[in-house]
Design a binder for this molecule. Structure first.
Ligand SMILES: N[C@@H](CCC(=O)N[C@@H](CS)C(=O)NCC(=O)O)C(=O)O
Length: 231
């Protein structure tokens, strides 16, 4: 029913977790950003921003014509609406989920991405960049830790797309300088999400078994493709 374009990174993992949770039929297409597979005219037709993930729904509910969605947060909301799953029904909890999805998309994701960039991909050490973004990673973890101090899941008592949206970047918390054990509510929540069968299934074929160090695209050609473009 779905074609999903993915790479080995947190934004695509959100979508794969959601598809696994829903039990949807999907075909995965792997895009290698280090060699520029996101820059082809064919891929740009799917996502003009040349980023992964992209979801193609071959059986949308409105008409008999595939529908394409890019931006992982939008994909999660699309899947939730189409399948009637993983978003709270009552308005207050639904908007709590939406707020935290926006928080992840505009804050946690870009900040964790920048911390990772300065720590692992910058061609020369930039201490200010490392400190600035690592501190912000810790601050964001602290915000979520406080939020989770009086609720089980991000949007209250039910697992939702907000949990799926936030979880994958936190796999990089420690490698982005976040102190292990400093955020007990976050750790409790993280372990609970990690233990879900759908998350375990995806983890087993991605972050738990894949050698990221060996695959890190740090040669000059990949750096130019990933970080040297102006269009
Ligand atoms: N806000 C986007 C971010 C997507 C994103 O940055 N994806 C990376 C994951 S691999 C990517 O496409 N990188 C390739 C590039 O920047 O050229 C989302 O959440 O979908």
């Amino acid at each position: 029913m779905y074609d999903v374009f993915v790479a080995r990174s947190p934004a695509p993992w959100k979508v794969l977790i959601a598809l696994e949770e829903i039990g949807a039929d999907f075909v995965e297409h792997h895009i290698n950003p280090g060699v520029g597979e996101q820059l082809t005219p064919e891929f740009k037709k799917l996502n003009p921003n040349s980023k992964i993930p992209v979801l193609v729904d071959n059986a949308p509910l409105d008409r008999d014509e595939p529908y394409v969605v890019f931006e992982s947060g939008a994909i999660l909301l699309y899947l939730a609406e189409k399948h009637g799953q993983l978003m709270p029904e009552d308005m207050r909890h639904r908007y709590e989920a939406i707020q935290w999805i926006m928080w992840q998309m505009s804050g946690l994701g870009p900040i964790f991405g920048n911390a990772r960039h300065f720590r692992h991909f910058a061609p020369e050490p930039v201490p200010y960049g490392i400190t600035r973004f690592s501190r912000e990673c810790s601050r964001l973890c602290s915000v979520l830790d406080t939020h989770l101090s009086d609720r089980e899941y991000i949007a209250g008592t039910a697992y939702s797309m907000a949990d799926i949206c936030v979880f994958p970047w936190l796999l990089y918390a420690q490698s982005n300088g976040v102190d292990e054990g400093a955020y007990p509510n976050l750790d409790r929540w993280f372990a609970m999400i990690d233990a879900r069968p759908a998350v375990q299934r995806l983890g087993a074929r991605t972050w738990k078994t894949y050698d990221y160090a060996a695959a890190t695209p740090v040669d000059d050609a990949a750096r130019q493709i990933l970080f040297g473009r102006t269009r």
